[in-house]
Design a protein around this ligand. Structure first.
Ligand SMILES: Cc1ncc(COP(=O)(O)O)c(C=O)c1O
Length: 427
């Protein structure tokens, strides 16, 4: 498989488009950043015409798969009558009402465009509410690319110890950030004791979808909830990946713990640019009162909201049957992969949720993000390259996403392909 067209287009793009790709993560794709010309259901077609079952799902948003008919119809209908007004439209409150009915403990929402932006809104709301400036975050969790939250996961622990990731990233805002090890309540208690009355928010991915596919320890999320309540700290769940995926009501529903604020993106509009900050009225109403500045030309644009309404309506149907099916299909895939590892005598683990999980070529699960630092991911990347000619597209990191468009037949084909690719790559 040469990916000739993608290679040719990538070479051409690099002469006009900085870096050749529109997001830094995409550049990592091996053997070359791929170009796609079509997506339908569970499949994508690359520029060379190769059809692949897609488990990348655009890094998560395509919860309904590609070009779902209801989503396409809703967007086409909206785009024909109005694109964006820089003013109000009915869909703003229709979608808001739906979100209130779906998300646990949600009394208000506000819209932005990307997950990174919505995180910023949540942090600002938390700082405004508490009158404090410090933020607790956790190593290996990703909350977008902005200066004040992007940190090198290897540093942290102490205030002032966070290191920048990018050239040009301002260091000043990180002075207010504590980056702690995750899944350990004692370190959070210690941080709050050390900086009494100074911490505005604790932000985390409630299921660590970015840094390894790691579950919160039993009682951990509730423990954070209790600690934050006692210290008047705003608890923020970053559900950009888990929202409308691990359950209709996201990780808050799955684990039965309600944060003060939640951030959503990706799946909420099935592939259209929309993000949401949701949570308590007492915090979000600071926007209404004009205390907290929140703006954005494309916030609440009708096209993204039409996409969100169609997506949420599909996911809600039959008492949330679609996501239950996704979970079952994901578990079937995971079981198949585990069987393949065992039959081939290849050390391999599969961990995570049905709809979003990770696999590693190692004998024991990753239960701490720091273990990722010592894991050699190169053999797995080679495996992903061997999966492509088998018609299976996955991310090189080890993360897999499943959509409502995948079928049992896709899963069974994928397990067979996984077996062949593993055989080919085994040393
Ligand atoms: C958990 C989490 N939060 C925030 C973001 C940032 O979202 P966006 O890429 O839409 O800015 C991401 C993106 O992958 C994410 O996974």
């Amino acid at each position: 498989m040469s990916f000739a067209k993608s290679r040719e287009w990538f070479a051409r793009a690099q002469k006009s488009l900085a870096g050749g790709t529109s997001s830094v993560f995409r550049k990592k794709q091996k053997p070359t950043p791929l170009y796609f010309t079509k997506g339908e259901g569970s499949r994508v077609w690359d520029a060379d015409g190769t059809e692949m079952i897609d488990y990348t799902l655009a890094y998560g948003p395509q919860i309904l798969g590609h070009s779902h008919p209801a989503l396409v119809a809703a967007v086409q209908e909206q785009v024909a009558i109005g694109q964006t007004y820089g003013a109000q439209c009915e869909l703003e409150f229709i979608v808001a009402e739906k979100l209130l009915s779906i998300l646990p403990g949600c009394e208000r929402v506000t819209y932005a465009t990307t997950g990174s932006e919505a995180v910023q809104v949540a942090l600002r709301l938390a700082r405004a509410k508490t009158g404090r400036s410090k933020i607790v975050r956790f190593a290996g969790h990703y909350h977008g690319w902005m200066d004040n939250i992007l940190v090198d996961p290897r540093a942290g622990g102490e205030l002032g110890a966070c290191r920048t990731v990018s050239a040009g990233q301002a260091e000043g805002p990180l002075q207010d950030v504590l980056c702690l090890p995750w899944n350990d309540l004692k370190v959070v208690e210690a941080a709050l004791a050390r900086y009494p009355g100074e911490i505005a928010a604790v932000i985390l991915e409630p299921f660590l979808a970015n840094g390894g596919g790691i579950e919160p320890r039993p009682g951990y999320l509730q423990g954070l909830r209790d600690i934050c309540t006692a210290a008047d700290v705003v608890l923020i769940f970053d559900e950009v990946i888990t929202g409308f995926r691990v359950a209709l009501g996201g990780a808050a529903e799955l684990y039965g713990v309600t944060p003060d604020l939640s951030v959503f993106g990706k799946a909420v509009a099935g592939g259209f640019p929309l993000s949401v900050v949701a949570g308590k009225a007492a915090i979000l109403d600071q926007i209404a009162e004009g205390r907290v500045f929140h703006a954005g030309t494309l916030n609440g644009n009708p096209i993204s909201l039409a996409a969100a309404l169609a997506t949420l309506t599909e996911l809600e149907k039959d008492n949330g049957a679609a996501l239950k099916r996704v979970r079952q299909l994901g578990e079937r895939l995971q079981d198949g992969m585990r069987r393949v590892y065992a039959e081939r005598g290849q050390p391999g683990v599969v961990q995570g949720r049905g709809s979003v999980f990770w696999t590693y070529l190692r004998a024991t699960p990753i239960d701490d993000n720091s273990q990722l630092a010592s894991y050699d991911g190169a053999p797995y990347v080679a495996l992903t390259e061997a999966l492509m000619p088998e018609g299976v597209l996955v991310m090189g990191s080890g993360r897999w996403y499943v959509s409502t468009a995948h079928t049992a037949q896709d899963i069974d084909l994928t397990v067979k392909a996984f077996d062949r690719a593993l055989a080919q790559r085994q040393v």
